[in-house]
Design a protein. Structure first.
Length: 223
């Protein structure tokens, strides 16, 4: 079953809480009524911390991941929820949690959602080599990742969608694992050199000008 991801950016006047509650309620009901095979929701439920090594975006965002043969039905259900874009994606999961919580209950811990483009001039082959071949093993070695999903946008399904080379879902067992730099970069004896190592590599293959990161809550609406 193909996987599609839809991104919705909130109107400027909406708060994180209002935007998230709307998706948890009426929007989730509309999406479930479309009979998806699987359905996962990522929400920015609250503003991210102002002081963080991770450059979180502050505009509310929602992402719907759906497995379906009829993406147009879900696009229609999402019309009017915000600035909408959508993609058919190719998914790979280097590490996965073992889910033991019910549909509708937020995933324990906290999520990091990253939208990224390759550095200008980098070929498809070189970008994939750096992302899958070097960055993924580095992330698994350094960060306390509990769940890690790479999504490669194959084609847009909403005409006005901006281009992205990657949509990455990362999940951590606790906020401390993600938001504490010492913990995020491997412990008190290693976090400084490993922070430099990650930063240099990210800068070598990603376009920092277009990189977007969001602090999110994940909810499996239909497993």
């Amino acid at each position: 079953m193909p996987k599609f991801q839809f991104l919705m950016r909130a109107p400027d006047e909406q708060t994180h809480w209002f935007f998230a509650e709307r998706f948890r309620g009426r929007v989730a009901e509309r999406l479930l009524a479309c009979a998806p095979e699987r359905l996962i929701l990522h929400l920015t439920e609250a503003a991210p911390p102002r002081l963080s090594l991770i450059p979180f975006k502050r505009r509310p965002l929602a992402m719907v991941s759906v497995w379906t043969d009829d993406p147009a039905r879900f696009e229609r259900a999402l019309q009017g929820t915000g600035e909408l874009s959508g993609y058919r994606v190719r998914e790979s999961t280097p590490v996965a949690y073992r889910r033991d919580w019910p549909d509708g209950q937020p995933t324990p811990g906290v999520g990091l959602l990253t939208l990224m483009n390759r550095k200008p001039g980098l070929s498809d082959r070189a970008f994939m080599r750096e992302w899958h071949g070097r960055h993924t093993p580095k992330s698994l070695r350094i960060h306390p990742l509990w769940h890690y999903v790479r999504n490669e946008p194959v084609e847009p399904v909403v005409r006005t969608s901006p281009h992205w080379d990657g949509i990455v879902e990362e999940h951590f067992r606790s906020r401390h694992d993600l938001l504490n730099p010492v913990r995020f970069f491997g412990g008190p004896l290693r976090f400084l050199p490993q922070m430099v190592e990650v930063g240099l590599h990210v800068g070598s293959f990603l376009d920092a000008r277009t990189l977007e990161t969001y602090l999110v809550t994940e909810i499996h609406l239909k497993g």
